[in-house]
Design a protein around this ligand. Structure first.
Ligand SMILES: [Mg+2]
Length: 174
């Protein structure tokens, strides 16, 4: 069984209330009229029950959410968002990762090294092939891609076998 699961934020744990899985969530942050992003986001279906269950199974739970702001500001943003959704006690570690695709892979490797967990004990879950799935797979870490209307942004997505439509399908992958 997996010892640690890394979750992406946008499009994985939460998504825009208005567009759900139909449009890439980044629009919420790019829309200058939106002042409080959290008000436009909601947890994805089954997210809370799945997180609680995984936590109760003793799995270490980590959030890796890409954020283009400078590290200190990005960290405050992501931690506020996690608190807004009342997830702060369910996740062991929460990180704003850097705005380049390999960043999550780098975070994963350094966290595994620090916690002395083998790659085989880890899983990455996310809605982006480029930002979540590929950086993990490239380093020999299992990954699951969440299906969305925008998932085919990258051509290689057609080769991905491990996809789920909702987080509650994760249990057959751990
Ligand atoms: Mg995402």
């Amino acid at each position: 069984m997996k010892k640690i699961i890394f979750f992406d934020g946008d499009g994985t744990l939460w998504y825009p209330k208005k567009t759900k899985y139909s449009k890439h969530p980044v629009w919420v942050y790019r829309d200058k009229r939106i002042k409080n992003h959290n008000n436009h986001l909601t947890l994805t279906p089954s997210a809370l029950e799945v997180i609680k269950k995984l936590k109760s199974m003793g799995i270490i739970m980590v959030i890796l959410s890409t954020n283009p702001s400078p590290p200190e500001i990005a960290d405050v943003h992501i931690k506020n968002r996690v608190k807004h959704f009342d997830l702060h006690e369910l996740f062991d570690e929460v990180y704003a990762t850097r705005p380049y695709p390999d960043s999550k892979g780098e975070f994963i490797l350094s966290i595994l090294e620090r916690l002395k967990i083998n790659k085989s004990g880890a899983l990455m879950v996310g809605d982006s092939y480029i930002w979540d799935y590929e950086p993990a797979k490239k380093r020999g870490i299992d990954a699951i891609l969440i299906k969305s209307d925008y998932m085919h942004e990258h051509n290689d997505v057609k080769n991905v076998k491990d996809t789920i439509s909702q987080l509650n399908e994760i249990f057959k992958h751990i």
